[in-house]
Design a binder for this molecule. Structure first.
Ligand SMILES: [Zn+2]
Length: 97
């Protein structure tokens, strides 16, 4: 029976796993983070939203196939929240706003 060696396993993890570049800790595997969800900011932060509109903004997800802004919590690191932009199709971080 064939078994993947540690170098093959490391290569697969490098190719597949999502890496997040924490501004405080450096690049880390996504398993150190808790997903906080999509970040949807109101168009006008000073405007008062109605309860239904605010509920929709916070809890209803667009679940886009492409780049979306997200919040992540570095639970196994600095324990700080960060915002990033992730391509959900390729599952890669493409930037930080
Ligand atoms: Zn961190």
């Amino acid at each position: 029976m064939w078994h993947a060696g540690p170098s093959f396993q490391a290569e697969v993890e490098r190719a597949v796993a999502l890496k997040i570049d924490c501004p405080h800790c450096g690049p880390r595997p996504f398993t150190e983070f808790d997903y906080g969800g999509e970040l949807v900011l109101p168009e006008d932060p000073a405007a008062t939203l109605g309860a239904e509109e605010d509920l929709r903004r916070v809890f209803v997800r667009a679940n886009v196939a492409g780049v979306q802004r997200e919040r992540w919590f570095h639970a196994a690191g600095c324990r700080r929240w960060l915002t990033l932009e992730r391509d959900t199709v390729r599952n890669r971080v493409v930037g930080a706003p």
